[in-house]
Design a protein around this ligand. Structure first.
Ligand code: GTP
Ligand code: MG
Length: 240
């Protein structure tokens, strides 16, 4: 059944965060009376995240639990969720409270006027509680802007809203692989297509429970490789 809104929630070992996040999302979304669904895409987390969701929300028709038993990875999990979502509008977000659920109504509303709305730490009033991460992500984003000559301040958040139709019209195999670098590719293709992109300020709180899956040095190397390969593909016109 078609819905207005699907929130894609990729999880890996988020058993403490996900029930609190689902409750917080319901509290934020219920007053808007949108037909929405929360699509949890769990990669068979060893901590039993899926079992927690099943037990607590098994009877909640607004929560759709998808468990992948083969393969793991943030970008492919997000694609998997989007392809199985029923909402006309898609919002993607992290499930550890880095991304504030309270921003979602704004993102959805602004999508009436834009093709893509990005939660951005690098526009006025945006930021991070973790100041070292804020600084290093800021420098990295500056590098991305120079390399691709785009005015987008935030290429790394992974917190965004877009119509499902527009996402599915993208070259999905060329975008959705790797980790958070998929988001850079999604933005660049959107930009290249002339989509109107709006950045709204978001402030990242620290992850509530559990551990980060991002290792600073290996992520830096992976993203830099991804950037250079993307730069080459765009120059060669191999991605549209
Ligand atoms: N389904 C799925 N989700 C994942 C995978 N890796 C990470 N995630 C989720 O992706 C989101 C971002 O991961 P994080 O570990 O928070 O990465 P980060 O935000 O860069 O790092 P911290 O906030 O410092 O922990 C979280 O919601 C994770 O649960 C994965 O392999 N599969
Ligand atoms: Mg996080």
């Amino acid at each position: 059944m078609t819905k207005q809104l699907s929130i894609i929630l990729p999880t890996y070992n988020e058993k403490e965060n996900i029930p609190e996040l689902i409750d917080a999302l319901h509290a934020v979304l219920e007053p808007w009376q949108w037909a929405y669904e929360l699509v949890v895409v769990d990669d068979n987390s060893p901590d039993g995240t899926a079992a927690v969701v099943r037990e607590k929300y098994g009877d909640d028709p607004r929560v759709k639990l998808l468990v992948r038993t083969e393969g793991r990875g943030l970008a492919t999990a997000i694609r998997y969720g989007i392809e199985r979502a029923d909402g006309e509008t898609i919002v993607c977000m992290d499930t550890d409270f880095n991304h504030d659920p309270a921003m979602i109504p704004q993102m959805v509303k602004f999508l009436e006027f834009y093709d893509m709305v990005i939660g951005s730490r690098f526009v006025m009033r945006g930021g991070m509680e973790d100041k070292f991460r804020q600084f290093s992500s800021g420098v990295y984003n500056l590098g991305i802007r120079l390399l691709f000559r785009t005015p987008v301040h935030e290429n790394l958040s992974g917190f965004f809203a877009m119509s499902r139709e527009k996402i599915l019209s993208m070259p999905l195999d060329d975008i959705f692989y790797g980790y958070g670098d998929y988001f850079i590719r999604l933005i660049m293709v959107s930009w290249q297509r002339g989509y109107n992109i709006l950045e709204i300020p978001v402030f990242y709180r620290l992850r509530m429970y559990g551990h980060s899956k991002t290792q600073f040095v290996s992520t830096f190397i992976q993203y830099t490789r991804a950037l250079l390969s993307l730069r080459l593909k765009l120059w060669q016109g191999r991605m549209k």
